[in-house]
Design a protein around this ligand. Structure first.
Ligand code: 4AD
Ligand code: MG
Length: 458
């Protein structure tokens, strides 16, 4: 281990350093002073729990410098403790690395998530955001673990792209030119003079390139930032978020659905096994049904319903919706919420949407109307996964692309179907939405360390 001098609080609290002399560095969470002894609780980020420093020696402590937020270094002996933590440190030397004063915004009392959002640079030092950081780390590694154990190759799609994969028009344009300077010089903006000589976007999805790689490597996945210029200010939409996009040659629709279920269950189980402290914390302070949520995901079969069955169920529900359910229209968020929150109460696959509501690349079913796709909806969060079998038939794909007036930019994609095309399928998991689901956090802006969303860049 690098930096042997310093002991991690995680190791102290695990009991492996009992009776040893240690040097601890960390940030003060709370301090209590009395005439004979002071208790200073510090956290160093190595684990969720803080360590109690017991300062019982007689020389003067500069209490004004030992406030919440200060960074300190302590040397002393690890002893067993009668308190909540089984171990504490009897301090014989304490120094201030850098003091925080009363202006430090994270004083003891609990803060609202809205308040903390304004200080994204400091909120990792709160219990909630520390726990979130740990769970984000565990979830990300669980995702890699799941795919690596199954021989999937981790591939990287480009971030700069010429195509709007989803066709939603929610793309950020990228330019190396400065429109303001061009205007000041009295000139017209001309893409031909730009670095690429044409408009380029930030990727809304790495899928299309992942498909090309799946048609060589068999089973691949990307895990990367994704950008969407969606102006809707909801609790579930971010402008920059992470997406996991597996793409598998030789998988049909059923294989795809089974993989999604195994994947969601598998990564949930890993988080459950590795993050008990954090899950219990979220269960207590954020979402009282959280542990039950884990049991549901791990133990129950996911529900499944087709788009038209869902429409029928909504129509017969007798419930009044703001948007009246209509099989000619796509499901509204409130419809999705009703299906998962009130009817199924567990993860639910909604399958076989009419092709008009879905992107060009989805495989057409024999009914000529629907596509072999699925969205996975979960209680409280809504859609976390979107996926489909891909249209591998050259002629059908060409026709759809023509019908949708798609330009030549995707000729390369079409070519993957020209030579050695194969049935294949894939899906995209919104990483932050999964994290919301596993932590009970209600706003996507709170599970991204530095969120970027409509009107908000910190
Ligand atoms: O359903 P989407 O748009 O599907 C795709 O992009 C496909 N190309 C994926 C694939 O098949 N490879 O997005 C996939 C998931 C959604 O289900 C949702 O969880 C998440 O990405 N997502 C967002 N998360 C946060 N903020 C946004 N603005 C999001 N848009 C989509
Ligand atoms: Mg979707």
């Amino acid at each position: 281990m690098i930096n042997q001098r310093r002991s991690r609080i995680r190791d102290i609290l695990s009991g492996s350093l009992t009776d040893k002399e240690v040097e601890v560095w960390g940030w003060i969470r709370t301090s209590r002073f009395s005439k004979t002894v002071s208790f200073i609780s510090v956290n160093d980020g190595s684990c969720f729990d803080s360590l109690q420093l017991v300062v019982a020696y007689s020389f003067d402590l500069d209490k004004g410098q030992l406030l919440t937020g200060s960074c300190v270094r302590a040397k002393g002996q690890v002893v067993t403790s009668p308190g909540i933590q089984k171990f504490e440190v009897q301090v014989r030397e304490l120094s201030i690395v850098s003091a925080a004063d009363e202006r430090f915004p994270l004083q003891k009392k609990r803060h609202s998530q809205e308040f903390l959002r304004e200080i994204a640079h400091l909120r990792p030092r709160t219990n909630t955001h520390l726990a979130l950081g740990f769970m984000r780390n565990t979830l990300a590694t669980a995702i890699h673990g799941f795919f690596q154990a199954r021989g999937f190759k981790y591939v990287h799609s480009p971030i700069l792209t010429k195509s709007d994969c989803e066709g939603g028009g929610e793309t950020f344009l990228v330019t190396a030119l400065d429109p303001k300077k061009i205007a000041e010089a009295g000139k017209q903006f001309d893409w031909k003079e730009d670095l690429f000589g044409q408009p380029v976007f930030l990727s809304v999805s790495g899928q299309l390139e992942a498909e090309a790689m799946a048609l060589a490597f068999g089973e691949v996945y990307t895990f990367a930032p994704t950008f969407r210029a969606d102006p809707s200010e909801t609790t579930r939409h971010a402008s920059e978020f992470w997406m996991v996009e597996p793409e598998m040659a030789f998988y049909d629709f059923e294989d795809l659905r089974d993989l999604v279920a195994a994947f969601i269950k598998g990564i949930t189980e890993t988080v459950w096994k590795s993050c008990q402290t954090e899950i219990q914390f979220f269960n207590k302070f954020i979402e009282p049904d959280l542990t039950a949520r884990y049991s549901t995901i791990m133990e129950q079969d996911f529900g499944q319903i087709t788009f038209y069955e869902a429409q029928e169920l909504l129509r017969k529900s007798g419930k009044t919706f703001e948007v009246t359910p209509d099989p000619e229209k796509d499901l509204a968020t409130e419809h999705e919420r009703y299906l998962v929150d009130e009817v199924f109460k567990k993860p639910l696959f909604v399958t076989h949407y009419p092709k008009v509501f879905k992107p060009f690349y989805m495989r057409q079913n024999e009914d000529g109307k629907t596509v072999a796709c699925m969205d996975l909806l979960v209680p409280q969060v809504g859609e976390i996964v979107g996926g489909s079998q891909r249209e591998e038939r050259y002629d059908r794909l060409l026709k759809t692309m023509k019908d949708q007036n798609m330009n030549d930019d995707l000729r390369w994609y079409l070519e993957t179907r020209l030579w050695g095309s194969a049935p294949h399928s894939g899906f995209g998991l919104g990483f932050e939405r999964m994290l919301m689901y596993l932590t009970g956090m209600k706003n996507i802006k709170d599970v991204l360390a530095f969120p970027r969303a409509s009107r908000r860049v910190w």
